[in-house]
Design a protein around this ligand. Structure first.
Ligand SMILES: NC(=O)C1=CN([C@@H]2O[C@H](COP(=O)(O)OP(=O)(O)OC[C@H]3O[C@@H](n4cnc5c(N)ncnc54)[C@H](OP(=O)(O)O)[C@@H]3O)[C@@H](O)[C@H]2O)[C@@H](O)CC1
Length: 324
């Protein structure tokens, strides 16, 4: 019974197993390309659904501006891949990737960054695809008019979608700068009440979440989440928090409950083989997610729609989806 939602340690172990040459034989580049492609496909196909199809269809494709916020690890790499594919499909894509900015400025030359070659390659393919890289300090983080706006800089709320590819399953502790201020700004987007508010989509983990324990004070509360390989425990913790907030009398908490539960949840990254299921059967119920993918009848599906995070309440919390 249970263990559908994997913890941080298991997610990292699955990653290692997938990339062990004589075990599953995947290369990081291959995993990242398929993960990022799934994110691009969700945005391309489902963004219409997230925002309300009629409104979105009125917009010209080139006017759909997307901002990718990319962190220093592989989660940020998934973001770069998705950015590249969406730019190739005609979206207007900006990327904020502070670690690449430093690396390309020469500060990390000499192989200090383990995957520098992969990321430098992604930088050039994103540029070739038409993405624009924002320099440090080039993004205006003001969300609700608290301060003097800088009219020279693109503002978070000018984007149709902000993609959170900041941190994945290796995030730990309190966020460090320059990411902390960005997390705080993005977490406030959900408080904006206008009809055409910027949509926020998170890759694998809503950044700021403790991967095992769930939301923290720095968490982004996305409109949509694309989990990769298998959803992590933080998603289940979000559903639990939703239940608690839902039952509370305070209107602030019920607003939080609505925000958490309405998050659309997708699953991408079809890397689970029968061998992987068997290997991890003591630690995770990967069979459930393999079957979820296998049930999809589309040709070459990159992702599966798992419904709203709040729906986990019915499906998994009651039957002890992750009983220890
Ligand atoms: N198998 C799969 O499904 C696939 C998984 N993939 C993707 O990989 C992701 C996992 O990648 P990952 O292991 O590189 O970790 P991720 O979280 O992106 O970044 C770690 C970086 O963050 C930093 N950092 C940590 N805490 C911090 C803090 N508080 N404040 C600031 N910085 C902090 C940390 O720095 P350090 O602490 O080590 O100095 C390190 O540089 C996974 O979620 C998925 O998206 C796909 O690419 C392929 C298929």
């Amino acid at each position: 019974m249970g263990k559908k939602y994997v913890d941080a340690e298991t997610a990292a172990a699955i990653d290692v197993a997938l990339m062990r040459f004589t075990e599953h034989g995947w290369l990081l580049e291959q995993l990242m390309e398929l993960a990022g492609l799934a994110v691009a496909d969700v945005l391309d196909a489902e963004m219409l659904f997230i925002k309300g199809k009629e409104d979105a269809e009125e917009e010209e494709r080139p006017r759909r501006r997307i901002l990718f916020l990319c962190g220093p690890g592989n989660n940020g790499g998934d973001g770069l891949v998705a950015a590249k594919h969406l730019s190739l499909r005609g979206f207007d894509v900006d990327i904020w990737h502070p670690k690449l900015n430093i690396a390309l400025g020469g500060a990390l030359s000499g192989g200090c960054w383990k995957n520098e070659k992969l990321f430098t390659g992604l930088y050039y393919s994103c540029k070739a695809a038409g993405c624009r890289f924002l320099r440090d300090g080039q993004l205006d983080l003001l969300v609700d008019g608290d301060g003097e706006p800088d009219f020279e800089k693109p503002k978070l709320l000018e984007y149709r979608v902000v993609v959170d590819a900041l941190f994945g399953f290796s995030f730990k502790g309190e966020p460090r700068e320059p990411y902390k201020q960005v997390l705080i700004a993005v977490s406030r987007i959900r408080m904006v009440k206008t009809k055409d508010r910027t949509t926020v989509l998170s890759v694998d983990i809503p950044s700021g979440d403790d991967v095992n324990e769930g939301p923290t004070q720095y968490s982004i509360h996305p409109d949509a989440l694309v989990s990769l390989t298998a959803p992590k425990k933080c998603v289940l913790q979000r559903a639990r928090l939703f239940l608690k907030a839902h039952d509370a009398a305070s209107s602030d908490l019920s607003h939080l409950a609505e925000i958490i539960s309405s998050c659309r949840h997708y699953l991408g990254g079809r890397f689970i083989s029968a061998k992987l299921v068997e290997q991890f059967k003591e630690r995770a119920d990967l069979k459930h997610w393999k079957d979820t993918f296998d049930q999809v009848k589309m040709r070459s599906p990159q992702y599966v729609d798992l419904g709203r995070v709040g729906d986990i309440v019915a499906d998994d919390l009651d039957d002890g989806g992750n009983k220890e």
